[in-house]
Ligand binder design. Structure first.
Ligand SMILES: Nc1ncnc2c1ncn2[C@@H]1O[C@H](COP(=O)(O)OP(=O)(O)O)[C@@H](O)[C@H]1O
Ligand SMILES: [Mg+2]
Length: 333
């Protein structure tokens, strides 16, 4: 069953030099109990997409089109103002945010207010949404701490008394506090050391199995997606360039950018070592390249790539890719 369906979503940021075309014509579906991995280099629009779904976009973000349908309701219809900006304080959206859709932020290490005890901040979030006494909310936090692996006596510590890994776990506890149906985890382990990263990822996996929660896991590391998600969407320069089941996309990728990402993270085939990254860097999204946005970096680019934008085609059942030479790349493996 489809829990969340993002359809043809376009989000631009207004800046002094024009419009940053951060998310363009993006469509993704998340079913109940599934994990979608959203991958792409820094600057590809992943966080913008996540903020659109949780309706936490900054003030200079404008929705230029599309729908975000959660359980049959278009969230944008509830929150979008006439000019395309979002009313992030909309009552109905506030009811859905955290309780239905919650988020583990990229900047989790600074997400807690330094002057309040961490446990109290989670207790307060629970009490704000549920009709529940302090003592009962505290018991829930104890249970959540146990679940994410933080000793209970840490509830009364302040953020600065937590290690980075512990803060990240507390953020996960916070995201789970109201038993949401969908959790968006934006680079949940990027700021942590490798050992803590692995542990937290394992916990996220267990959590998904035990609770049956749906997740969108955002990362620039394709090896993480290979471990954790059953579906994957690859983003480049504001667009989805490839999507499908993780097994199919990783085995039979048909987009040169996906190929490049895979070559940068060979952990999929075992070794924990970073290889050469894709040459060049992502484009300026105020003036993205004409045709295929990846063409200036693409080893297979031909004239057509500079002129025409490749459509997203279904190369095999449920596997979509946007490359003029997708069939050659697909067939070559
Ligand atoms: N508030 C903002 N104002 C203007 N541009 C922004 C803002 N936030 C992000 N961007 C730009 O939007 C693009 C996508 O960014 P982002 O969604 O953060 O990508 P990712 O999470 O994949 O790194 C980038 O070019 C980034 O510089
Ligand atoms: Mg980001």
């Amino acid at each position: 069953m489809v829990l969340l369906s993002v359809q043809d979503l376009t989000i631009h940021y207004k800046v002094a030099s024009g419009w940053v075309r951060a998310v363009e014509n993006v469509s993704i579906d998340v079913d109940s109990k599934e994990t979608l991995g959203l991958v792409g280099e820094s600057g590809s629009g992943k966080t913008t997409l996540a903020y659109a779904i949780t309706q936490l976009l900054p003030k200079n973000a404008y929705v230029k089109g599309g729908k975000i349908i959660y359980q049959g309701k278009d969230l944008l219809k509830l929150s979008m103002k006439d000019d395309g900006t979002l009313d992030i304080f909309n009552e109905e959206i506030r009811k859905i945010r955290w309780k239905d859709i919650s988020m583990i932020f990229q900047a989790a290490l600074n997400a807690f207010n330094p002057v309040y005890k961490v446990g109290d901040q989670i207790i307060e979030a629970i009490m704000a949404h549920k009709d529940i006494e302090y003592e009962d909310a505290r018991k829930e936090v104890e249970r959540l701490y146990e679940f994410v692996g933080i000793p209970k006596d840490r509830i009364d510590n302040y953020p600065h008394e937590y290690s980075g890994g512990m803060k990240q776990r507390a953020m996960i506890a916070m995201a789970l506090a109201l038993s949401p149906r969908l959790v968006l985890a934006d680079e949940p382990t990027t700021a942590l050391d490798v050992i803590t990263q692995d542990r937290i990822l394992l916990e996220i996996q267990n959590l998904q199995k035990e609770t049956g929660i749906s997740m969108i896991l955002i990362t620039h590391d394709v090896s993480v997606v290979a471990e954790v998600s059953n579906k994957v969407a690859v983003m480049y320069a504001g667009k989805i360039v490839e999507k499908g089941s993780t097994v199919e996309v990783f085995k039979h990728y048909a987009h040169p950018y996906t190929e490049g990402l895979m070559a940068s993270f060979p952990t999929i085939v075992g070794e924990k070592r970073r290889l050469a990254s894709i040459p060049g860097s992502p484009p300026d999204l105020v003036n993205p390249p004409k045709g295929c946005r990846f063409h200036p970096r693409c080893p297979y680019a031909k004239d057509i790539c500079m002129e025409q934008e490749p459509p997203l085609i279904e190369i095999s059942p449920g596997h979509f890719t946007a490359c003029h030479f997708a069939r050659e790349l697909y067939g070559g493996k």
